[in-house]
Design a protein around this ligand. Structure first.
Ligand SMILES: NC(=O)C1=CN([C@@H]2O[C@H](COP(=O)(O)OP(=O)(O)OC[C@H]3O[C@@H](n4cnc5c(N)ncnc54)[C@H](OP(=O)(O)O)[C@@H]3O)[C@@H](O)[C@H]2O)C=CC1
Ligand SMILES: O=C(O)/C=C\C(=O)CC(=O)O
Length: 353
C-alpha cells in the first residue's frame, strides 16, 4: 500500500425514515434557541411544517433559495437571520438550499443543520459556491460544513424520478473522482466504492417504483458516502468541466454531471486503472465508463449535451477554459483530446479515451 494521510471532518448524522421528527432535539443539542428554516419558494409549505415542528425554537422561514446561490439572495438571507436573531439555520431541500445555508455560515459562523431531499451530497462538504455578476466562485471553508445532517428518506419520496436519477449520478461523480484524486486514500476509496454500489442498485429500483422506501433509503445512504468523498478529496477533470459548462451556459447541474461523467472517466481511464476497476466492480460491469453511460440511458437520463441546452459553438470555449487553469488530474489536460471528449459528450457518442 502506498503511504497516505487521512483526516476527515464529518457532520453528525441522524439517518432513517421519520428522523425529521428528531429535528427539535438536534437543534437543542447544538445549544441553539432560534433556527431559521431555509427552503426554495416551491418547498415553502414543507419549510413551514418544519417551523411548526420546531415550535418556540423556530425563528421563521426564509423560502427564497435558488440554484447556484446568487450573492443578493445570500445577503438577504444573512440579513434576515440577523434581524430575527437566529442562532442556527435549518436547510431543508437540495443542494441549492444547502448552498444558501453555507453562504450564511460563511459570513456569520451560524451552525447549519441540513435536511437533504436530493442526492447532491453538499451537506457532507465544506465546499461552498456563490454567484456574483454571473460568475460562480467556489471555495472550501470549515465554517460551512453542516454540524448535523438529518437523512430522512421519506422526504425524498416526492423527488421526481428523472431528478432522482440525475441527482444520484451527480453523487456517483463525487465518488468516481475521489477514487482517482491525488489526495485520495484507502478509507475514502472504501466509501466511494460502497457509495457507487448502493446508488447503482437503488436507482433502478426507485426508477421502477419511486415509492420504494428501501430503495430511497439505499440511495440516500449512497449519496451520504459519495458526499463524504467529495468533501475530503480533490475534484478533478469531471467536476471542473461540469462547473465550466454549468456556470458559463447555465445548464442544469445534475444533468450536466450525468452526461459528462462517462466521458471524463474514459479520458482518465488509462491513468487510473485501479479506480476504473473499483467503479466497474461497484456497477457490476466490465467497462466502467460504458457501463455508467448505459445505466444512465436505461434509466431514461440524458446522455448528450445537445439534449440539455448546450450550444455546439460553445465547445471550443469550454476546451479553452479547461486548460487555462491547470489542477491535479490523473491524465494531463490536453486541449485536442479534451475538445474531442466534449464533442463526444455533445453528440451523445460512446465514451472513449
Ligand atoms: N458544495 C457542494 O459540495 C455541492 C454543491 N452542489 C450544488 O447544489 C446545487 C445542485 O443541487 P441539487 O440538489 O441537484 O439541486 P436543487 O437543490 O436545485 O434541487 C433540484 C431540483 O429538485 C427539486 N427537489 C428537491 N427536493 C425535492 C423533493 N423532496 N421533492 C420534490 N422536488 C424536490 C427542486 O425543486 P424546487 O426548486 O421545487 O425545490 C429542484 O427542482 C448546485 O448549485 C450545485 O452546485 C451540489 C453538490 C455538492
Ligand atoms: O459539482 C458538484 O456537484 C460539486 C460541487 C459544487 O457544485 C460546488 C458548488 O457550487 O457548491
Amino acid at each position: 500500500m502506498t503511504p497516505f494521510t487521512f483526516q476527515a471532518s464529518l457532520p453528525r448524522v441522524v439517518f432513517g425514515p421519520g428522523t425529521l421528527q428528531q429535528l427539535p432535539a438536534e437543534v437543542e443539542r447544538l445549544g441553539a434557541a432560534k433556527a431559521l428554516v431555509l427552503s426554495t419558494p416551491e418547498q415553502q409549505d414543507q419549510a413551514q411544517r418544519v417551523a411548526e415542528l420546531l415550535g418556540a425554537r423556530s425563528a421563521g422561514v426564509f423560502a427564497r433559495a435558488v440554484m447556484h446561490v446568487p450573492i443578493e439572495t445570500a445577503r438577504e438571507a444573512r440579513e434576515e437571520a440577523r434581524r430575527l436573531g437566529a442562532d442556527c439555520a435549518v436547510a431543508i431541500g437540495g443542494g441549492s438550499t444547502t448552498g444558501l445555508g453555507k453562504a450564511i455560515a460563511l459570513d456569520s459562523g451560524l451552525p447549519i443543520i441540513a435536511v437533504p431531499t436530493t442526492y447532491a451530497g453538499s451537506e457532507m462538504t465544506p465546499i461552498y459556491g456563490i454567484t456574483e455578476g454571473g460568475l460562480k466562485k467556489t471555495g472550501r471553508d470549515a465554517r460551512v460544513l453542516p454540524r448535523t445532517v438529518i437523512y430522512d428518506p421519506r422526504l425524498t419520496l416526492s423527488l421526481p424520478v428523472d431528478l432522482s436519477v440525475t441527482s444520484g449520478l451527480n453523487a456517483i461523480a463525487h465518488a468516481a473522482e475521489g477514487l482517482y484524486a491525488h489526495d485520495g486514500n484507502p478509507i475514502l476509496s472504501l466509501m466511494a466504492e460502497e457509495g457507487i454500489r448502493a446508488l447503482a442498485q437503488a436507482l433502478p429500483a426507485l426508477h421502477r417504483d419511486p415509492c420504494d422506501l428501501q430503495a430511497r433509503s439505499d440511495a440516500l445512504y449512497g449519496a451520504w458516502l459519495c458526499g463524504v468523498v467529495l468533501g475530503n478529496g480533490a475534484m478533478g477533470l469531471h467536476h471542473k468541466l461540469c462547473h465550466t459548462l454549468g456556470g458559463s451556459f447555465n445548464l442544469p447541474h445534475a444533468e450536466v454531471h450525468t452526461v459528462v461523467l462517462p466521458h471524463a472517466m474514459a479520458y482518465n481511464a488509462p491513468k487510473a486503472p485501479q479506480a476504473m476497476a473499483a467503479i466497474a466492480r461497484a456497477l457490476r460491469v466490465d467497462d466502467a465508463p460504458l457501463g455508467l453511460q448505459q445505466l444512465a440511458a436505461e434509466l431514461g437520463a440524458p446522455t448528450a449535451l445537445k439534449a440539455i441546452g448546450m450550444p455546439a459553438d460553445g465547445l471550443d470555449r469550454v476546451a479553452d477554459l479547461a486548460v487555462s487553469a491547470p489542477y491535479p488530474n490523473p491524465r494531463p489536460l490536453e486541449r485536442t483530446a479534451l475538445r474531442a471528449l466534449l464533442q463526444r459528450a455533445w453528440d451523445g457518442s460512446a465514451p472513449a479515451p
